[in-house]
Design a protein around this ligand. Structure first.
Ligand code: FO1
Length: 310
C-alpha cells in the first residue's frame, strides 16, 4: 500500500497522475485545516478538490470547483447582501449541502468522505481526512487574525503574515485508519503541497509525526516550489511571514526528522548540496504537472524510487 499526505491543488493534480498508474491500494491523508463554515454549510476544500480531480469533474483552469459550474445561487444570495466572496458554484453546492446534512445527522468527516468518494466512483483510493475533529487554520496578519480562506480568497494574500494558528489542533485526534495507513504503507509520499498550511496541520495532529518517524516505509516528499516560488498560492508569503527561507532546502528541513528523499524541480538544482548535508537524498526532475501525462511521469518516477528503496 502507498500512503500520501496532502492538500490543495498540487496534491490533487499529483494524485490524479498516480491514480492512472498505480496498481496497488492508495490511501490519502488530507488536510482539513482549510475547512470553513459559510452560510451554515461546512466546506472542506482540500477533500473536495481531490474528489473532483480524481472523478474527472474538476475545473482544471481554476484547479478547484466543478467544470462548467454556474453561480445562480450565489447571484441570488447577493440580493440579501450576504458576502459571496467564496465562490460556491451551483453544482459544487451539492457536496456542501450533503456534508452538512450528514454532519447534522451525526456522521463523522471520515464517514462522510467515504460516502462522497463512493458516490463519485472513487473506489481504488481511500481518502481520509486527517482528523474527525474540527480544525481551522487562521492567519495572524498586520490587520488582525482572519480565517485562511479569507486571507487567500477575500484579501487575495495582501495582508502581511505575522503568524499562523491552527485552531483545535491541540485536541485533534487522527481519524480512524490514519496511523495504520502510515504504519502499514510500503511507501509514503508527501505531496507537492504548501508545507505550512497543508502539510503543517496534518503533522500537527497528535501521533502523526511520530508515526512517520517510526514507520518502516520509505518517505519521499515532492517540493511544491519551482525556481524558489510556488506556481500558485501563498506558500512563499507564509514561509516568509514565519521567518523561513523560501526554498526546497527549507522544506526538506521542515520534514528532516522523517524524510528519506525529496524531489525538487530542475530550476532548483542548485539546492542539492544543501539538502544532502541534512542526510536527505535529492532527486532533480521536471515537477511541473501541466497535464495528466506529466503528473503520471512524476508518479512513476516516485514509485520506481520506492522499488529501489526496498
Ligand atoms: N479558491 C479561490 O481562490 N476562490 C474561491 O472563491 C474559491 C472557492 C472555493 C469553493 C469550494 C472549494 O472546494 C474550493 C474553493 N476555492 C476557492 C479553493 C480553495 O480556497 C483553495 O484551493 C484551498 O483551500 C487551498 O488549499
Amino acid at each position: 500500500m502507498i500512503t500520501a499526505l496532502g492538500g490543495g491543488v498540487g496534491a490533487a493534480k499529483f494524485l490524479k497522475g498516480i491514480s492512472l498508474v498505480l496498481k496497488e491500494p492508495l490511501t490519502v491523508i488530507v488536510n482539513t485545516g482549510d475547512d470553513i463554515q459559510i452560510l451554515g454549510l461546512r466546506i472542506s476544500p482540500d477533500v473536495d478538490t481531490i474528489v473532483y480531480w480524481l472523478s474527472g469533474i474538476v475545473n482544471r483552469e481554476k484547479g478547484w470547483g466543478v467544470r462548467e459550474d454556474t453561480f445562480h445561487c450565489l447571484e441570488q444570495l447577493e440580493r440579501f447582501g450576504v458576502e459571496t466572496w467564496f465562490r460556491l458554484g451551483d453544482r459544487d453546492l451539492a457536496i456542501h449541502f450533503y456534508r452538512t446534512y450528514l454532519r447534522d445527522n451525526g456522521l463523522t468527516p471520515s464517514e462522510i468522505t467515504d460516502k462522497v468518494s463512493k458516490a463519485f466512483g472513487i473506489n481504488n483510493i481511500k481518502i481520509l481526512p486527517m482528523t474527525d475533529d474540527d480544525v481551522e487554520t487562521w492567519i495572524e496578519t498586520d490587520k488582525g487574525e482572519i480565517h485562511f480562506q479569507e486571507y487567500l480568497v477575500k484579501k487575495e494574500m495582501t495582508p502581511d503574515v505575522k503568524g499562523i494558528s491552527v485552531k483545535g489542533i491541540d485536541k485533534a485526534k487522527p481519524a480512524p485508519g490514519v496511523i495504520q495507513a502510515i504504519e502499514e504503507a510500503r511507501g509514503i509520499i508527501i505531496c507537492p503541497s504548501n508545507p505550512i498550511i497543508s502539510i503543517g496541520p496534518i503533522l500537527g495532529v497528535k501521533g502523526i509525526r511520530e508515526a512517520l518517524k517510526r514507520t518502516a516505509a520509505g518517505i519521499i516528499a515532492i517540493s511544491p516550489l519551482i525556481g524558489g516560488a510556488p506556481l500558485k498560492g501563498p506558500a512563499d508569503r507564509l514561509m516568509r511571514g514565519l521567518g523561513l527561507e523560501v526554498s526546497s532546502a527549507q522544506i526538506a528541513r521542515l520534514y528532516e526528522d522523517f524524510l528519506d528523499k525529496i524531489i525538487i524541480d530542475e530550476k532548483d538544482a542548485i539546492e542539492v548540496d544543501k539538502i544532502k548535508s541534512m542526510g536527505i537524498e535529492t532527486v532533480v526532475t521536471d515537477t511541473v504537472m501541466s497535464n495528466d501525462e506529466k503528473a503520471e511521469q512524476l508518479a512513476t518516477r516516485i514509485l520506481r524510487l520506492f522499488e529501489e528503496m526496498t
